[in-house]
Design a protein around this ligand. Structure first.
Ligand code: NAP
Ligand code: ZN
Length: 388
């Protein structure tokens, strides 16, 4: 069966003609395929006000450019960053705000110059969709810290369309192929999305600080990012301790591979563990007192706060005596994102997820804030679409 026939037969719908700049196109149920190379209206879940409930809305995806791929979204993860954004924790977003930066879907159309994907293949999109490509950081595969401007997957100025970007809580997304990630054939698609943010955000610092076998590593906050940090640090054969505020997660931490789980309230354990850690990573989303964790580090060791709440209460004296480092880290570059996807696939490392329908997003947000998710919600758009 030829490629066009395969796509057409798979969707059970009529073929569309090959368009200028589009090598192939296949329509899906909810959103008509592009009939000309112009913007297309698609269904999305977003809000028009700060902290407003997410509801079904229509947004426009830009016309497919020669280097673009049109992805029919199948699954999208819910990151705590989505909640920060929608709730205005980082200032008011642009509206409508459509979150989602852990996206897995099927390539439905490709621009005339696309070489990385064929129609029908599975692609992922993580936290960013564009960068200058020429600055020092981009040239070093650090597009996430582009010196000109990284275009993030949602709520970022979109230099191509002129509006702002919309994320993955949506039927379809158009992205330049450079920022689309190959999802290996045979990978479990339902659990794959969190790798694209939670996975790379914890993998990148693990690699940067060269976490190695036998090192004592602490993971603070066992949520979406935290559980991936545990799995990945264990995969690097570190000796992992989890620091949690949730007594109900102690046993789980051990099941995930941690040697020990310590409650924040256990001051005796903090005393016992003082000056003993080679590396710590925090994923806590809200302001917290950081010094008790700095006190756990060995001389010259590093605490990486990837959580985007404020790390408060640093003691200059304790830092001086301990000569310890406090750092941050921002997702990972595109090459690193591809690397972590391939790494997880090769080792069968899967995020632990709970699959929900789009109409359950608002309830899921409440549960994330209440630390009541083990460990990532993934929104199922696939079951709302015809099977391919
Ligand atoms: P999450 O799933 O909600 O997990 C966060 C965990 O932190 C919770 O499960 C909980 O773990 C702990 N926690 C939550 N509220 C807390 C509080 N008030 N005080 C102390 N501990 C608390 O969130 P996530 O999706 O992993 O994201 C975590 C943070 O990373 C967010 O701020 C997000 O925006 C940020 N982020 C940063 C990057 C980056 O590139 N730097 C990328 C993605 C996300 P326990 O129950 O174990 O205590
Ligand atoms: Zn995220």
């Amino acid at each position: 069966m030829g490629r066009r026939n395969f796509i057409t037969a798979g969707l059970g719908l009529a073929a569309t003609s090959v368009l200028p700049g589009i090598a192939d196109a296949a329509p899906a149920e909810q959103t008509p395929a592009p009939r000309a190379n112009k913007p297309v209206a698609v269904r999305a879940w977003g809000t028009n006000r700060v902290a407003g409930p997410l509801q079904e809305i229509q947004i426009e995806r830009r016309a497919l450019g020669p280097n673009d791929v049109l992805i029919d979204v199948l699954y999208a993860g819910i990151c705590h960053s989505d909640i920060h954004k929608v709730r205005g924790d980082w200032g008011e977003p642009s509206f409508p705000c459509v979150p989602g930066h852990e996206i897995v879907g099927r390539v439905q159309a490709i621009g005339s110059k696309v070489t990385k994907f064929k129609v029908g293949e599975i692609a992922g999109v993580g936290c960013m969709v564009d960068s200058c490509g020429t600055c020092e950081n981009c040239l070093a595969d650090r597009e996430q810290v582009c010196l000109k401007r990284t275009t993030f997957t949602y709520d970022s100025r979109d230099d191509v369309s002129g509006g702002h970007t919309y994320g993955g809580y949506s039927d379809k997304i158009v992205v330049t192929e450079r920022f689309a990630i190959r999802i290996p054939p045979g990978m479990d698609l339902v659990s794959a999305p969190p790798i694209l943010c939670a996975g790379v955000t914890t993998f990148s610092p693990i690699r940067h600080w060269q976490v190695s076998p036998g090192q004592r590593v602490g993971v603070v906050g066992l949520g979406g990012l935290g559980h991936m940090a545990v799995k990945l640090a264990v995969a690097h054969r570190a000796n992992v301790t989890v620091f949690t505020t949730s007594p109900g997660k102690v046993a789980d931490a051990q099941r995930l591979g941690a040697r020990e789980a310590v409650l924040w309230s256990d001051t005796a354990a903090f005393k016992r563990l003082a000056n003993s850690f080679d590396w710590l990573i925090s994923t806590v989303p809200y302001p917290f007192e950081v010094q008790p964790f700095m006190d756990l580090l060995k001389l010259d060791s590093t605490f990486v706060n990837v959580g985007l709440g404020e790390a408060r209460g640093l003691s200059s004296f304790a830092m001086a005596f301990g000569r310890k480092n406090l750092s941050g880290s921002m997702i990972g570059g595109i090459a690193e994102t591809q690397e972590i996807v391939d790494y997880c696939f090769a080792r069968n490392i899967r995020p632990e997820i709970e699959l929900i329908r789009p109409d359950q997003i608002n309830a899921a947000y409440e549960r994330v804030v209440n630390k009541d998710i083990r460990y990532r919600f993934v929104i199922d758009f696939a079951s709302t679409k015809p099977r391919v």
